[in-house]
Ligand binder design. Structure first.
Ligand SMILES: NC(=O)c1ccc[n+]([C@@H]2O[C@H](COP(=O)([O-])OP(=O)(O)OC[C@H]3O[C@@H](n4cnc5c(N)ncnc54)[C@H](OP(=O)(O)O)[C@@H]3O)[C@@H](O)[C@H]2O)c1
Length: 333
């Protein structure tokens, strides 16, 4: 096996508030593959809001390569389970190459769909939306659904699944262009820009009968507004609270409307995508079917090159993405 030079992103200082490029450093490393090892050239990596809190709470180590979902191609191998040319998925993004013993790789076999979809709509993002809405949210056909961060990776899938189930769907997002995308391209019944309006007023207009399921991606003011308008036996599957991730301890803004949960017997329940691993086959079959019927669409925001990875994370937290935020690390050739 020959040696390669790989560039990788290290966290060098802990951000206070929104991360800045100076919190990160691009470092060059030479990798020399050894016996039984597999050398993966990373092609695409995922950028996720959940990467933010560990930058400040100590979970992401300083001066080491950061981690995160990625898909790559095997370019050198001493392991017959991962021959040269096969695609693999793993948790070691933020670097151009990854050297593995094979035990932390998962083979990806695209069935005609773009490779990138395995990092979102056919991967963890899609499963998060599917399980969070149908299992934790216990969605029933024809209900009234509100989803926040609706033009993002998870939110856009949530809204479309709810539409497939005959629900009335309202979504919030951070720009007028995203509002147009939700209404015109994804078929939402109602959408609004939370930066320029009152969330509570918009919810009264968009879902006048109240909310049966609020798919919570944001927290703070969104939860405050939605919780006050939950219908009897409503459910709030808590997926994430991105508005809090830049705050110390990822603390969200206060919520004043929780008393509405009492007589309306509202359930609020957190979940993590790993709980839905057993649904994977059913999820993939449903999602592929819906995509082939044109009922589920997606967008990607793709930044180019390892040096852009910190800016991609900062951009995601600032709402620069529509759909899934990815970084392309190499051409697939
Ligand atoms: N529980 C799980 O297993 C699980 C798995 C995956 C993701 N998640 C959670 O799901 C949520 C969405 O994740 P994603 O990967 O799909 O990301 P995403 O929605 O594609 O990107 C994050 C979006 O959050 C919005 N945002 C940022 N700051 C905000 C604020 N202060 N108020 C309102 N919106 C804000 C931005 O859109 P705007 O332009 O609309 O502001 C941005 O585009 C996150 O909370 C994430 O942590 C949870």
């Amino acid at each position: 096996m020959s040696k390669v030079v790989s560039r990788e992103i290290h966290l060098t200082s802990r951000p206070d508030g929104m991360p800045v490029p100076e919190n990160f450093k691009l470092v060059e490393k030479t990798l020399g593959p050894g016996e039984d090892e597999v050398l993966v050239r990373n092609l695409y990596m995922s950028i996720d809001p959940a990467m933010r809190p560990p930058l400040s709470n100590g979970q992401t180590p300083l001066d080491e390569p950061m981690g995160g979902g990625a898909i790559g191609k095997v370019v050198d191998s001493d392991n017959e389970s991962y021959p040269v040319g096969c695609y693999v998925q793993h948790r070691f993004g933020f670097r151009e190459y990854y050297l593995s013993k094979g035990d932390d790789l998962q083979v990806v076999k695209p069935e005609g769909e773009p490779l990138t979809t395995h990092l979102h709509i056919l991967g963890g993002t899609g499963l998060t939306a599917y399980g969070g809405l149908l299992v934790t949210g216990e969605l029933k056909d024809g209900e009234n659904v509100f989803v926040s961060a609706a033009a993002g990776a998870v939110g856009s899938v949530v809204g479309q699944i709810a539409r497939i189930k005959g629900c009335r769907v309202a979504g919030s997002c951070g720009s007028d262009e995203k509002v147009e995308y939700l209404l015109d391209e994804l078929g939402f019944d109602y959408a609004f820009n939370y930066k320029t309006c009152s969330i509570a007023k918009e919810l009264h207009i968009g879902l006048p009968e109240g909310i049966d399921v609020y798919f919570e991606n944001v927290g703070g003011k969104h939860l405050d507004a939605a919780c006050g308008q939950m219908r009897p036996l409503g459910r709030i599957p808590v997926c994430g609270m991105v508005s809090a991730y830049n705050n110390k301890g990822a603390r969200s803004e206060g919520v004043t409307t929780l008393s509405n949960m009492i007589y309306n017997r509202v359930t609020m329940k957190g979940f993590v995508v790993y709980e839905f691993a057993h649904l994977r086959d059913q999820f993939l079959s449903d999602m592929r079917q819906w995509m082939s019927e044109g009922k589920i669409k997606y967008r990607e925001t793709i930044m180019q090159g390892i040096d852009q990875a910190p800016l991609a994370l900062i951009g995601l937290l600032g709402g620069e993405n529509t759909g899934k935020m990815l970084v392309q690390l190499a051409e697939d050739n």
